[in-house]
Design a protein around this ligand. Structure first.
Ligand SMILES: Cc1cc2nc3c(=O)[nH]c(=O)nc-3n(C[C@H](O)[C@H](O)[C@H](O)COP(=O)(O)OP(=O)(O)OC[C@H]3O[C@@H](n4cnc5c(N)ncnc54)[C@H](O)[C@@H]3O)c2cc1C
Length: 551
């Protein structure tokens, strides 16, 4: 077990000793070379976090440039006056948990670090706003902590700036001493089977973005009225979130920050049966016990699990012995299967289907909408001698008739021009957060000044708090590199940092949303929400978001 050193302590140590040129690095290093923190200490009380793979089953309108740039100039003077020539400029791309934890760690480590966080959206917080389910408000409280970071003297938020289209990686690297990429995973793994492009088939990411009011998905309009059955492929926590939203009484969802359009659609939904389909067995289910318990405990929900799927092999037993959460998940499923069935009146059904993999999607009578999922039964087979077991088809098939399919088989990061990218794993190759341009074992070459954190670094695994540990590792690498003098510009002249970014944006006539612009959006959403007895009514279009952000 490790202790949790106080980062505030380190920050005040730095301040009180007035650490100057060079020597601050020793302090920075000291902060991060101390024994690693006990991870659970950072989790909300009652959290059950031990499984990295918990979230998947995978094997301008109307605003004035002048005012914005005035704001930019204010930021500029604020930043440069206080920092002097020791300033280290850091640009973090992506304002999700990984981005904010990285910013927080960098800022706390020393007084001369100046951090700019850019995000393609006008709103900060990444999946805390657009991933976490509306009926999990307690998980979103972390946004308050991130807001304090954004409002700190040496940090600035630049929303509505997209890396790759508005601004290039090379431009950022020319302007900042350090660039940390934490832009998450905004694409999907595909299954690659026939019929995947039929209407009515969506990725869970799109569906989640839709009900959470992401401006890229407000037009999605999934048809929830022409079928009584939805199939969800995958059995991680995202799959459970999606199933819960489809099955939860609308009266309960109405009190959450679910988007208005999703609530209206769910109100008219005819979906009564949801199938959760997993390639492997209940002993390998990728969800966590807390989320499973929540859905199993929903009122008026009939849980169906085939008893035969719960039979476990000696290998399963061995696997469960070492996996506390997995064991708990298995026990919960067994208990649910054995519970007496409630009377069916008005009931909705949740079916857990194990040992099945999708073989193809079949069209409905109209030929363009999904009508069924053709599944192949599977068994588990060890492959590669590492003890890992994979689902292998048995050659026996069956169909589930349905009108909606949600694929919850994993998010995937997107490459950016000039950034090394491992397309097979869907991550940026890195060594403890240092981006590698060549990553053949024994021949690793590091891209100096370029780092990654979060889902872009590790893949789409782990909960919000996992990114704290991940950010710590990246910041520790940065500290080591600065200490070694690896990040000093070849010319010896400091990079322009924020001033350079502002100049670049001005030259390109690109409008950004500062944090105060987000606060305007936030205030408006909360005000409308209050009138509707919800925490907030999210603004769901780009145009309206930009309009509301006007400062
Ligand atoms: C559906 C879902 C539900 C979840 N629920 C929970 C939960 O209840 N509890 C929990 O602890 N964890 C939950 N998680 C996990 C948690 O959300 C992630 O661990 C975490 O958000 C990953 O952080 P990140 O910063 O790497 O990525 P993200 O949160 O995705 O942040 C990435 C940011 O980068 C921005 N960006 C993307 N591309 C660009 C670009 N080109 N230029 C500039 N900016 C860009 C995005 O707009 C976004 O703001 C959930 C995840 C999902 C998918």
């Amino acid at each position: 077990m490790f202790s949790v050193p106080s980062l505030f302590g380190y920050a005040s140590f730095v301040t009180s000793f007035g650490v100057g040129d060079g020597s601050w690095l020793a302090v920075l290093l000291k902060a991060f070379s101390s024994p690693s923190r006990k991870f659970d200490d950072f989790l909300p009380v009652g959290s059950e976090v031990t499984r990295e793979h918990a979230y998947f089953e995978v094997e301008g309108g109307g605003w004035k440039m002048g005012r914005l740039f005035l704001h930019g100039a204010r930021l500029l003077s604020r930043g440069f006056c206080s920092l002097g020539s020791n300033r280290i400029s850091v640009c973090i791309v992506g304002s999700g948990p990984a981005g904010f934890y990285t910013a927080e760690k960098m800022l706390k480590a020393h007084q001369t670090v100046e951090v700019d966080i850019i995000d393609r959206l006008p709103t900060p917080f990444g999946l805390v706003r657009y991933g976490v389910a509306p009926d999990h408000p307690e998980t979103k409280i972390v946004a308050n902590q991130f807001s304090r970071v954004a409002k700190s003297e040496r940090c600035s938020f630049f929303g509505n700036i997209s890396l790759g289209s508005d601004i290039s990686l090379s431009e950022l690297r020319e302007n900042y001493d350090i660039v940390v990429l934490s832009y998450g995973a905004e694409s999907d793994r595909s299954i690659g089977i026939p019929g995947e492009d039929l209407n009515g088939i969506y990725s869970a990411r799109e569906f989640v973005w839709w009900y959470n009011g992401h401006p890229d998905c407000f037009k999605m309009a999934p048809d929830l009225k022409s079928t009584d059955t939805a199939v969800i492929l995958g059995l991680g926590n995202v799959a459970l979130d999606v199933a819960r939203i489809l099955l939860r009484p609308v009266s309960e969802l109405a009190k959450t920050d679910i988007s208005d359009h999703a609530l209206a659609s769910l109100q008219d939904s005819t979906i009564r049966k949801v199938y959760l389909v997993a390639r492997r067995g209940p002993a390998q289910a990728a969800c966590t016990a807390k989320e499973l318990r929540e859905i199993l405990g929903m009122k008026n929900l009939h849980i169906k699990i085939q008893q035969v799927d719960l039979d476990i092999s000696p290998s399963d037993e061995e696997e469960l012995k070492n996996q506390r959460i997995q064991k708990r998940v298995y026990e919960l499923l067994s208990k649910a299967a054995a519970s007496p069935h409630c009377p069916p009146a008005e009931q909705r059904e949740l079916h857990f289907v194990f040992f099945r993999k999708p073989d193809r999607f079949l069209p409905s009578e109209n030929g363009c909408t999904v009508g069924a999922v053709h599944l192949e039964k599977t068994f588990l087979e060890e492959n590669g001698g590492r003890g890992e077991r994979f689902a292998v088809g048995r050659g026996e098939f069956e169909d589930i008739t349905c009108g909606l399919v949600l694929k919850s088989i994993g998010y995937k990061s997107l490459p950016i021009d000039g950034l090394p990218f491992d397309s097979h794993k869907g991550v940026v190759p890195n060594l403890k957060g240092r981006v590698l341009s060549s990553y053949q074992t024994g021949h690793e070459a590091v891209e100096h000044g370029l780092y990654v954190a979060g889902w872009l670094k590790r893949g789409p695994i782990g909960i919000v708090a996992t990114n704290l540990y991940c950010a710590e590792e990246t910041v520790a690498s940065i500290s080591e590199d600065v200490e070694k003098g690896l990040l000093t510009a070849a010319s010896g002249t400091p990079k322009p940092g924020r001033q350079g970014l502002l100049q670049l944006l001005e030259n390109k006539n690109i409008k950004f949303v500062p944090f105060s612009g987000w606060e305007k959006i936030d205030a408006k959403e909360k005000m409308v929400g209050q009138q509707r007895n919800k925490p907030r009514e999210k603004i769901t279009t780009w145009e309206e978001l930009l309009k509301a952000s006007n400062v």
